[in-house]
Design a protein around this ligand. Structure first.
Ligand code: GLU
Length: 509
Protein backbone atom coordinates (compact mmCIF):
# COMPACT_ATOMS: atom_id res chain seq x y z
CA UNK A 1 0.00 0.00 0.00
CA UNK A 2 1.24 3.47 -0.83
CA UNK A 3 2.07 5.47 2.21
CA UNK A 4 0.45 8.89 2.58
CA UNK A 5 2.89 11.56 1.44
CA UNK A 6 4.74 13.29 4.26
CA UNK A 7 7.62 15.62 3.55
CA UNK A 8 9.67 17.81 5.80
CA UNK A 9 11.72 20.95 5.72
CA UNK A 10 14.40 20.51 8.34
CA UNK A 11 16.32 23.73 8.86
CA UNK A 12 18.98 24.24 11.49
CA UNK A 13 18.40 27.48 13.38
CA UNK A 14 21.97 28.68 12.95
CA UNK A 15 21.16 32.07 11.43
CA UNK A 16 18.68 33.65 9.07
CA UNK A 17 17.06 31.26 6.64
CA UNK A 18 18.82 31.57 3.29
CA UNK A 19 16.92 32.10 0.05
CA UNK A 20 18.02 28.62 -1.13
CA UNK A 21 16.38 27.18 1.97
CA UNK A 22 13.20 29.05 1.15
CA UNK A 23 13.13 27.34 -2.24
CA UNK A 24 13.61 23.94 -0.56
CA UNK A 25 10.68 24.71 1.74
CA UNK A 26 8.56 25.76 -1.24
CA UNK A 27 9.30 22.56 -3.20
CA UNK A 28 8.39 20.49 -0.13
CA UNK A 29 5.17 22.45 0.30
CA UNK A 30 4.16 22.09 -3.36
CA UNK A 31 4.82 18.37 -3.36
CA UNK A 32 2.81 17.81 -0.19
CA UNK A 33 -0.15 19.81 -1.49
CA UNK A 34 -0.03 18.07 -4.87
CA UNK A 35 -0.32 14.67 -3.20
CA UNK A 36 -2.79 15.66 -0.53
CA UNK A 37 0.00 14.98 1.94
CA UNK A 38 1.53 16.75 4.89
CA UNK A 39 4.29 19.33 5.02
CA UNK A 40 6.31 19.30 8.24
CA UNK A 41 8.86 21.69 9.62
CA UNK A 42 11.33 20.09 11.97
CA UNK A 43 13.87 22.24 13.75
CA UNK A 44 17.28 20.56 13.73
CA UNK A 45 18.87 22.28 16.68
CA UNK A 46 21.20 19.64 18.08
CA UNK A 47 24.29 21.72 17.39
CA UNK A 48 24.04 23.91 20.47
CA UNK A 49 27.18 25.87 19.64
CA UNK A 50 25.71 27.17 16.41
CA UNK A 51 22.24 27.91 17.78
CA UNK A 52 21.13 31.47 17.06
CA UNK A 53 18.37 33.22 18.99
CA UNK A 54 15.42 34.20 16.83
CA UNK A 55 16.31 31.92 13.91
CA UNK A 56 13.40 29.56 14.52
CA UNK A 57 10.80 32.34 14.71
CA UNK A 58 12.30 33.77 11.54
CA UNK A 59 11.65 30.51 9.67
CA UNK A 60 7.96 30.52 10.60
CA UNK A 61 7.55 34.22 9.87
CA UNK A 62 8.99 33.60 6.41
CA UNK A 63 6.66 30.70 5.70
CA UNK A 64 3.65 32.74 6.84
CA UNK A 65 4.66 35.73 4.78
CA UNK A 66 4.93 33.52 1.71
CA UNK A 67 1.68 31.71 2.45
CA UNK A 68 3.26 28.25 2.69
CA UNK A 69 2.67 27.28 6.32
CA UNK A 70 3.51 23.87 7.72
CA UNK A 71 0.85 21.32 8.67
CA UNK A 72 2.97 20.03 11.55
CA UNK A 73 5.82 21.88 13.19
CA UNK A 74 7.34 23.08 16.45
CA UNK A 75 5.05 26.07 16.00
CA UNK A 76 1.69 24.34 15.53
CA UNK A 77 2.49 20.90 16.95
CA UNK A 78 1.17 17.65 15.49
CA UNK A 79 0.86 13.94 15.98
CA UNK A 80 4.61 13.32 15.93
CA UNK A 81 5.63 16.10 18.33
CA UNK A 82 8.05 17.31 19.50
CA UNK A 83 9.32 18.78 16.24
CA UNK A 84 12.35 20.37 17.83
CA UNK A 85 15.25 17.93 18.02
CA UNK A 86 16.61 19.36 21.25
CA UNK A 87 13.40 18.06 22.87
CA UNK A 88 13.86 14.52 21.56
CA UNK A 89 17.01 13.48 23.41
CA UNK A 90 15.45 10.39 25.03
CA UNK A 91 14.35 9.14 21.64
CA UNK A 92 17.88 9.31 20.23
CA UNK A 93 19.29 7.70 23.37
CA UNK A 94 16.94 4.79 22.88
CA UNK A 95 17.73 4.32 19.21
CA UNK A 96 21.50 4.57 19.55
CA UNK A 97 21.29 1.76 22.07
CA UNK A 98 19.65 -0.43 19.42
CA UNK A 99 22.46 0.24 16.97
CA UNK A 100 25.13 -0.44 19.59
CA UNK A 101 23.49 -3.71 20.51
CA UNK A 102 23.29 -4.75 16.88
CA UNK A 103 26.97 -3.97 16.50
CA UNK A 104 26.47 -1.22 13.91
CA UNK A 105 27.81 1.55 16.10
CA UNK A 106 30.73 1.77 18.49
CA UNK A 107 32.21 3.96 21.18
CA UNK A 108 35.28 5.99 20.31
CA UNK A 109 37.52 7.61 22.93
CA UNK A 110 40.05 9.34 20.72
CA UNK A 111 41.01 12.88 21.61
CA UNK A 112 40.85 15.75 19.16
CA UNK A 113 44.65 15.65 18.87
CA UNK A 114 44.67 11.94 18.10
CA UNK A 115 42.15 12.41 15.34
CA UNK A 116 44.07 15.33 13.92
CA UNK A 117 47.18 13.23 14.04
CA UNK A 118 45.44 10.47 12.10
CA UNK A 119 44.33 12.89 9.44
CA UNK A 120 47.81 14.37 9.08
CA UNK A 121 49.37 10.95 8.71
CA UNK A 122 46.81 9.91 6.11
CA UNK A 123 47.19 13.09 4.16
CA UNK A 124 50.95 12.77 4.19
CA UNK A 125 50.56 9.24 2.85
CA UNK A 126 48.26 10.60 0.13
CA UNK A 127 45.37 8.42 1.29
CA UNK A 128 42.30 8.62 -0.95
CA UNK A 129 40.04 8.65 2.08
CA UNK A 130 41.88 10.45 4.88
CA UNK A 131 39.26 9.97 7.57
CA UNK A 132 38.21 7.90 10.55
CA UNK A 133 36.79 4.98 8.57
CA UNK A 134 36.39 1.23 8.24
CA UNK A 135 40.12 0.81 7.72
CA UNK A 136 41.65 3.44 9.97
CA UNK A 137 39.40 2.78 12.96
CA UNK A 138 41.49 -0.33 13.58
CA UNK A 139 44.38 1.85 14.74
CA UNK A 140 42.25 4.06 16.98
CA UNK A 141 40.93 3.96 20.54
CA UNK A 142 37.46 2.57 20.29
CA UNK A 143 35.26 -0.28 21.45
CA UNK A 144 36.34 -2.29 18.39
CA UNK A 145 40.02 -2.21 19.35
CA UNK A 146 40.03 -1.92 23.16
CA UNK A 147 39.26 -4.83 25.46
CA UNK A 148 35.63 -4.93 26.57
CA UNK A 149 36.54 -4.36 30.25
CA UNK A 150 38.50 -1.28 29.41
CA UNK A 151 35.62 0.12 27.39
CA UNK A 152 33.34 -0.54 30.33
CA UNK A 153 35.76 1.08 32.74
CA UNK A 154 36.15 4.17 30.56
CA UNK A 155 32.41 4.54 30.15
CA UNK A 156 31.79 4.16 33.87
CA UNK A 157 34.50 6.69 34.64
CA UNK A 158 32.63 9.10 32.37
CA UNK A 159 35.52 9.48 29.93
CA UNK A 160 34.67 11.74 27.02
CA UNK A 161 33.63 9.71 24.01
CA UNK A 162 31.50 9.75 20.90
CA UNK A 163 29.51 7.02 19.20
CA UNK A 164 30.33 6.31 15.58
CA UNK A 165 28.64 4.51 12.73
CA UNK A 166 30.38 1.23 11.87
CA UNK A 167 30.63 1.51 8.13
CA UNK A 168 31.09 -1.83 6.38
CA UNK A 169 34.53 -2.00 4.72
CA UNK A 170 33.47 -3.32 1.33
CA UNK A 171 29.93 -2.80 0.27
CA UNK A 172 28.24 -1.03 -2.57
CA UNK A 173 25.55 1.31 -1.39
CA UNK A 174 22.85 2.01 -3.94
CA UNK A 175 19.96 4.38 -3.95
CA UNK A 176 17.84 6.21 -6.42
CA UNK A 177 17.79 9.99 -6.43
CA UNK A 178 14.62 11.39 -8.02
CA UNK A 179 16.61 14.10 -9.80
CA UNK A 180 19.98 12.43 -10.35
CA UNK A 181 18.93 8.85 -10.94
CA UNK A 182 20.84 5.77 -9.76
CA UNK A 183 23.64 6.42 -7.26
CA UNK A 184 26.34 3.88 -6.46
CA UNK A 185 28.77 4.60 -3.67
CA UNK A 186 31.42 2.26 -2.36
CA UNK A 187 31.49 2.14 1.42
CA UNK A 188 35.30 2.35 1.44
CA UNK A 189 34.96 5.99 0.40
CA UNK A 190 32.88 6.87 3.48
CA UNK A 191 33.88 7.84 6.99
CA UNK A 192 32.53 6.43 10.23
CA UNK A 193 30.24 9.32 10.99
CA UNK A 194 29.83 10.49 14.54
CA UNK A 195 26.25 9.70 15.55
CA UNK A 196 26.35 10.87 19.16
CA UNK A 197 28.65 13.70 20.16
CA UNK A 198 30.63 14.13 23.34
CA UNK A 199 27.86 16.24 24.83
CA UNK A 200 25.50 13.28 24.43
CA UNK A 201 23.49 14.96 21.71
CA UNK A 202 23.03 13.36 18.32
CA UNK A 203 24.63 14.72 15.19
CA UNK A 204 22.54 15.84 12.25
CA UNK A 205 23.01 12.47 10.51
CA UNK A 206 21.63 10.38 13.32
CA UNK A 207 18.78 12.60 14.48
CA UNK A 208 17.74 13.30 10.91
CA UNK A 209 17.36 9.62 10.00
CA UNK A 210 15.69 8.59 13.25
CA UNK A 211 13.22 11.44 12.95
CA UNK A 212 12.49 10.91 9.28
CA UNK A 213 11.66 7.32 10.14
CA UNK A 214 9.59 8.11 13.23
CA UNK A 215 7.76 10.95 11.52
CA UNK A 216 6.87 8.66 8.60
CA UNK A 217 8.61 10.82 6.03
CA UNK A 218 8.11 9.49 2.51
CA UNK A 219 10.25 11.93 0.48
CA UNK A 220 13.33 13.91 1.37
CA UNK A 221 13.91 17.04 -0.69
CA UNK A 222 17.01 18.89 0.35
CA UNK A 223 19.99 20.77 -0.97
CA UNK A 224 22.67 19.10 -3.05
CA UNK A 225 25.20 19.70 -0.28
CA UNK A 226 23.66 16.73 1.55
CA UNK A 227 24.19 14.26 -1.30
CA UNK A 228 27.55 13.01 0.07
CA UNK A 229 25.88 12.24 3.42
CA UNK A 230 23.07 10.21 1.87
CA UNK A 231 25.01 6.89 1.71
CA UNK A 232 25.63 7.00 5.47
CA UNK A 233 21.93 7.68 5.96
CA UNK A 234 21.05 4.73 3.75
CA UNK A 235 23.32 2.54 5.91
CA UNK A 236 21.44 3.66 8.99
CA UNK A 237 18.12 2.64 7.43
CA UNK A 238 19.62 -0.75 6.58
CA UNK A 239 21.13 -1.27 10.04
CA UNK A 240 17.87 -0.44 11.75
CA UNK A 241 15.98 -2.70 9.36
CA UNK A 242 13.89 0.20 8.11
CA UNK A 243 14.48 -0.26 4.36
CA UNK A 244 10.78 -0.62 3.63
CA UNK A 245 10.09 2.77 5.20
CA UNK A 246 13.07 4.52 3.68
CA UNK A 247 12.06 7.81 2.04
CA UNK A 248 12.82 8.60 -1.58
CA UNK A 249 15.53 11.20 -1.98
CA UNK A 250 15.80 14.24 -4.22
CA UNK A 251 18.86 16.44 -3.87
CA UNK A 252 18.09 19.87 -5.24
CA UNK A 253 20.64 21.73 -7.36
CA UNK A 254 22.40 24.68 -5.83
CA UNK A 255 21.37 28.21 -6.59
CA UNK A 256 24.32 29.88 -8.30
CA UNK A 257 25.43 33.47 -8.74
CA UNK A 258 24.82 34.96 -12.22
CA UNK A 259 28.43 34.12 -13.16
CA UNK A 260 27.92 30.44 -12.32
CA UNK A 261 29.92 30.51 -9.08
CA UNK A 262 28.56 29.73 -5.64
CA UNK A 263 26.07 32.34 -4.45
CA UNK A 264 28.17 33.49 -1.51
CA UNK A 265 27.27 36.50 0.60
CA UNK A 266 29.93 38.55 -1.13
CA UNK A 267 28.82 37.48 -4.62
CA UNK A 268 25.21 38.18 -3.73
CA UNK A 269 25.91 41.71 -2.63
CA UNK A 270 28.09 42.27 -5.70
CA UNK A 271 25.08 41.44 -7.88
CA UNK A 272 22.56 43.22 -5.64
CA UNK A 273 20.87 39.94 -4.73
CA UNK A 274 19.21 39.80 -1.30
CA UNK A 275 19.99 36.46 0.36
CA UNK A 276 17.43 36.56 3.15
CA UNK A 277 13.65 36.55 2.81
CA UNK A 278 13.08 39.01 5.67
CA UNK A 279 14.98 41.61 7.64
CA UNK A 280 17.71 40.10 9.81
CA UNK A 281 19.88 41.62 12.49
CA UNK A 282 23.16 39.75 12.76
CA UNK A 283 24.12 39.88 16.44
CA UNK A 284 27.70 38.88 15.74
CA UNK A 285 28.49 41.58 13.24
CA UNK A 286 25.76 44.02 14.32
CA UNK A 287 24.72 44.20 10.68
CA UNK A 288 21.13 45.03 9.74
CA UNK A 289 20.27 43.20 6.55
CA UNK A 290 17.14 43.83 4.52
CA UNK A 291 15.30 40.87 3.10
CA UNK A 292 13.17 40.45 0.01
CA UNK A 293 10.16 41.72 1.96
CA UNK A 294 11.82 44.98 3.01
CA UNK A 295 13.16 45.46 -0.49
CA UNK A 296 9.59 45.53 -1.71
CA UNK A 297 9.20 42.06 -3.18
CA UNK A 298 5.69 40.68 -3.08
CA UNK A 299 5.34 37.16 -1.69
CA UNK A 300 3.57 35.90 -4.81
CA UNK A 301 6.41 37.22 -6.99
CA UNK A 302 9.06 35.55 -4.87
CA UNK A 303 7.15 32.25 -4.91
CA UNK A 304 6.80 32.32 -8.68
CA UNK A 305 10.44 33.29 -9.16
CA UNK A 306 11.85 30.68 -6.75
CA UNK A 307 9.70 27.89 -8.16
CA UNK A 308 11.24 28.53 -11.56
CA UNK A 309 14.85 28.48 -10.44
CA UNK A 310 15.88 25.08 -11.70
CA UNK A 311 12.44 23.97 -12.77
CA UNK A 312 9.96 24.78 -15.53
CA UNK A 313 6.68 23.30 -16.63
CA UNK A 314 8.13 22.33 -20.01
CA UNK A 315 6.08 25.09 -21.67
CA UNK A 316 6.61 28.77 -22.34
CA UNK A 317 4.47 29.72 -19.37
CA UNK A 318 6.31 31.74 -16.75
CA UNK A 319 3.56 33.19 -14.60
CA UNK A 320 2.21 30.76 -12.03
CA UNK A 321 0.29 31.45 -8.88
CA UNK A 322 0.92 29.18 -5.92
CA UNK A 323 -2.35 27.42 -6.68
CA UNK A 324 -1.32 26.85 -10.31
CA UNK A 325 2.05 25.49 -9.25
CA UNK A 326 0.55 22.84 -6.99
CA UNK A 327 -0.69 20.48 -9.74
CA UNK A 328 2.07 21.26 -12.26
CA UNK A 329 5.22 21.08 -10.20
CA UNK A 330 7.27 17.92 -10.81
CA UNK A 331 10.32 17.05 -8.79
CA UNK A 332 11.53 14.80 -11.63
CA UNK A 333 11.65 17.81 -13.96
CA UNK A 334 14.14 19.69 -11.82
CA UNK A 335 17.38 20.21 -13.70
CA UNK A 336 20.49 18.55 -12.36
CA UNK A 337 22.75 21.49 -13.02
CA UNK A 338 22.94 24.39 -10.62
CA UNK A 339 20.55 27.18 -11.50
CA UNK A 340 21.75 30.73 -11.94
CA UNK A 341 20.09 33.46 -10.01
CA UNK A 342 18.75 36.27 -12.20
CA UNK A 343 17.73 39.25 -10.08
CA UNK A 344 16.34 41.08 -13.12
CA UNK A 345 13.91 38.20 -13.55
CA UNK A 346 12.90 38.53 -9.91
CA UNK A 347 12.16 42.21 -10.53
CA UNK A 348 10.22 41.34 -13.67
CA UNK A 349 8.02 39.02 -11.61
CA UNK A 350 7.55 41.69 -9.00
CA UNK A 351 6.42 44.21 -11.61
CA UNK A 352 3.97 41.69 -12.99
CA UNK A 353 2.37 40.98 -9.63
CA UNK A 354 2.42 44.63 -8.62
CA UNK A 355 0.47 45.61 -11.77
CA UNK A 356 -2.12 42.97 -10.95
CA UNK A 357 -2.51 43.88 -7.34
CA UNK A 358 -5.59 45.52 -5.95
CA UNK A 359 -5.11 49.30 -5.56
CA UNK A 360 -6.18 49.41 -1.93
CA UNK A 361 -3.68 46.71 -1.01
CA UNK A 362 -0.96 48.48 -2.95
CA UNK A 363 -1.74 51.73 -1.14
CA UNK A 364 -1.17 50.00 2.21
CA UNK A 365 2.14 48.58 1.01
CA UNK A 366 3.13 52.01 -0.21
CA UNK A 367 2.32 53.59 3.15
CA UNK A 368 4.29 50.87 4.92
CA UNK A 369 7.28 51.51 2.70
CA UNK A 370 7.22 55.21 3.61
CA UNK A 371 6.87 54.90 7.37
CA UNK A 372 10.52 55.10 8.36
CA UNK A 373 11.58 57.68 5.81
CA UNK A 374 11.74 61.49 5.70
CA UNK A 375 8.48 61.48 3.74
CA UNK A 376 7.25 59.32 6.64
CA UNK A 377 3.68 58.17 6.80
CA UNK A 378 2.24 59.12 3.47
CA UNK A 379 -1.48 59.70 4.02
CA UNK A 380 -4.08 57.22 2.79
CA UNK A 381 -5.51 59.81 0.41
CA UNK A 382 -2.17 60.59 -1.18
CA UNK A 383 -1.22 56.90 -1.29
CA UNK A 384 -4.40 56.15 -3.25
CA UNK A 385 -3.49 58.77 -5.83
CA UNK A 386 0.14 57.70 -6.03
CA UNK A 387 -0.96 54.17 -6.80
CA UNK A 388 -3.06 55.35 -9.75
CA UNK A 389 -0.20 57.55 -10.92
CA UNK A 390 2.65 55.07 -10.57
CA UNK A 391 1.38 51.51 -10.59
CA UNK A 392 2.50 50.90 -14.17
CA UNK A 393 5.92 52.43 -13.61
CA UNK A 394 6.96 50.80 -10.36
CA UNK A 395 8.96 47.68 -9.62
CA UNK A 396 8.50 47.97 -5.86
CA UNK A 397 5.83 49.70 -3.76
CA UNK A 398 8.34 52.31 -2.58
CA UNK A 399 9.03 53.30 -6.20
CA UNK A 400 5.56 54.81 -6.27
CA UNK A 401 6.74 57.66 -4.09
CA UNK A 402 10.52 57.51 -4.44
CA UNK A 403 10.42 57.95 -8.20
CA UNK A 404 8.39 61.15 -7.92
CA UNK A 405 10.45 63.27 -5.51
CA UNK A 406 9.01 66.44 -7.11
CA UNK A 407 5.68 65.68 -5.47
CA UNK A 408 7.34 66.30 -2.11
CA UNK A 409 9.85 69.05 -2.95
CA UNK A 410 9.84 71.71 -5.64
CA UNK A 411 12.51 70.96 -8.22
CA UNK A 412 15.76 72.90 -8.21
CA UNK A 413 17.10 71.32 -11.36
CA UNK A 414 15.39 71.14 -14.72
CA UNK A 415 15.82 68.67 -17.54
CA UNK A 416 18.36 70.30 -19.84
CA UNK A 417 17.17 68.34 -22.86
CA UNK A 418 14.03 70.45 -22.55
CA UNK A 419 15.26 73.78 -21.18
CA UNK A 420 18.29 73.70 -23.49
CA UNK A 421 16.21 73.05 -26.59
CA UNK A 422 14.91 76.24 -28.19
CA UNK A 423 12.14 74.30 -29.93
CA UNK A 424 10.75 73.13 -26.62
CA UNK A 425 11.65 75.94 -24.28
CA UNK A 426 10.90 79.38 -25.70
CA UNK A 427 9.31 82.63 -24.67
CA UNK A 428 5.93 81.61 -25.99
CA UNK A 429 5.87 78.57 -23.72
CA UNK A 430 7.23 80.43 -20.73
CA UNK A 431 4.71 83.25 -21.16
CA UNK A 432 1.94 80.73 -21.42
CA UNK A 433 2.97 79.08 -18.16
CA UNK A 434 3.23 82.48 -16.49
CA UNK A 435 -0.26 83.29 -17.68
CA UNK A 436 -1.57 79.97 -16.38
CA UNK A 437 -0.19 80.86 -12.99
CA UNK A 438 -1.86 84.29 -13.02
CA UNK A 439 -5.19 82.96 -14.21
CA UNK A 440 -5.22 80.36 -11.48
CA UNK A 441 -6.02 83.09 -8.96
CA UNK A 442 -9.56 83.18 -10.32
CA UNK A 443 -9.89 79.41 -10.55
CA UNK A 444 -12.61 78.39 -8.10
CA UNK A 445 -13.66 74.91 -9.18
CA UNK A 446 -12.72 71.70 -7.43
CA UNK A 447 -9.04 70.97 -8.06
CA UNK A 448 -9.08 67.71 -10.02
CA UNK A 449 -7.09 66.29 -12.92
CA UNK A 450 -10.18 66.78 -15.08
CA UNK A 451 -10.84 70.41 -14.14
CA UNK A 452 -7.14 71.31 -14.44
CA UNK A 453 -6.99 69.88 -17.94
CA UNK A 454 -10.05 71.81 -18.86
CA UNK A 455 -8.57 75.01 -17.43
CA UNK A 456 -5.29 74.68 -19.37
CA UNK A 457 -7.17 74.04 -22.60
CA UNK A 458 -9.41 77.04 -22.06
CA UNK A 459 -6.49 79.39 -21.51
CA UNK A 460 -4.85 78.05 -24.68
CA UNK A 461 -7.98 78.28 -26.80
CA UNK A 462 -8.62 81.86 -25.74
CA UNK A 463 -5.26 82.68 -27.32
CA UNK A 464 -5.75 80.32 -30.26
CA UNK A 465 -2.77 78.27 -29.11
CA UNK A 466 -2.27 74.54 -29.55
CA UNK A 467 -1.80 73.28 -26.01
CA UNK A 468 0.08 70.16 -27.11
CA UNK A 469 3.02 72.30 -28.04
CA UNK A 470 3.49 73.42 -24.43
CA UNK A 471 2.81 70.27 -22.49
CA UNK A 472 6.41 69.20 -22.06
CA UNK A 473 7.38 72.71 -21.01
CA UNK A 474 4.59 72.76 -18.41
CA UNK A 475 5.72 69.39 -17.11
CA UNK A 476 9.34 70.51 -16.89
CA UNK A 477 8.47 73.77 -15.16
CA UNK A 478 6.35 71.87 -12.63
CA UNK A 479 8.44 68.78 -11.95
CA UNK A 480 11.91 69.49 -13.31
CA UNK A 481 11.65 66.29 -15.35
CA UNK A 482 11.01 66.21 -19.08
CA UNK A 483 9.10 62.97 -18.80
CA UNK A 484 6.96 61.21 -16.28
CA UNK A 485 3.54 59.92 -15.37
CA UNK A 486 0.18 61.62 -15.96
CA UNK A 487 0.82 65.35 -15.59
CA UNK A 488 -2.77 66.29 -14.75
CA UNK A 489 -2.77 63.87 -11.85
CA UNK A 490 0.58 65.25 -10.71
CA UNK A 491 -0.94 68.73 -10.66
CA UNK A 492 -3.96 67.50 -8.75
CA UNK A 493 -1.68 65.91 -6.15
CA UNK A 494 0.44 69.06 -5.83
CA UNK A 495 -2.65 71.15 -5.15
CA UNK A 496 -3.56 74.54 -6.51
CA UNK A 497 -1.31 76.70 -4.33
CA UNK A 498 1.84 74.68 -5.00
CA UNK A 499 1.09 74.45 -8.72
CA UNK A 500 0.59 78.17 -8.97
CA UNK A 501 3.82 78.85 -7.10
CA UNK A 502 5.83 76.52 -9.34
CA UNK A 503 4.38 78.04 -12.52
CA UNK A 504 5.01 81.55 -11.27
CA UNK A 505 8.72 80.68 -11.00
CA UNK A 506 8.96 79.91 -14.71
CA UNK A 507 10.81 83.16 -15.51
CA UNK A 508 13.71 82.06 -13.31
CA UNK A 509 14.26 78.73 -15.02
N1 GLU B 1 19.31 20.34 9.05
C1 GLU B 1 19.71 20.17 7.68
C2 GLU B 1 19.93 21.57 7.11
O1 GLU B 1 20.08 22.46 7.84
C3 GLU B 1 18.64 19.43 6.95
C4 GLU B 1 19.10 18.66 5.75
C5 GLU B 1 18.01 17.68 5.36
O2 GLU B 1 16.96 18.15 4.90
O3 GLU B 1 18.19 16.50 5.56
O4 GLU B 1 19.97 21.79 5.93
Amino acid sequence: MERPVRVRFAPSPTGALHIGGVRTALYNYLFARQHGGKFLVRIEDTDQERFVEGAEEYIYETLHWLGIPADESSEVGGEYAPYRQSERKEIYAKYIQILLEKGHAYYAFDTKEEIEDLRNRLEAAKSTNPSYNALTRQQMKNSLTLPAEEVQRRLEAGEPHVIRLKTPPREEIRFHDLIRGAQYIHSSTLDDKVLIKQDGLPTYHFANVVDDYLMRITHVFRGEEWLPSAPSHILLYQFFGWEAEMPLFAHLPLILAPDGSKLSKRKASEYGIPVFPLFWHNHETQEDIKGYRENGYLPEALINFLALIGWNAGTEQEIFSLEELVPLFKIEQIHKAGARFDIEKAKWYNEHYLRHKDNTELASLLIESSLLTPEGGISAELAGKLVVLMKDRATFPADMWQKVPYLFHAPTEFDATVTGDSKKWHDEAKNFIKELSEKLTDFTQDWTAESIKHFIHEVAEAKALKVGKFMQAIRTATTGAGQGPDLMLILEILGKTETQARWARVEHI
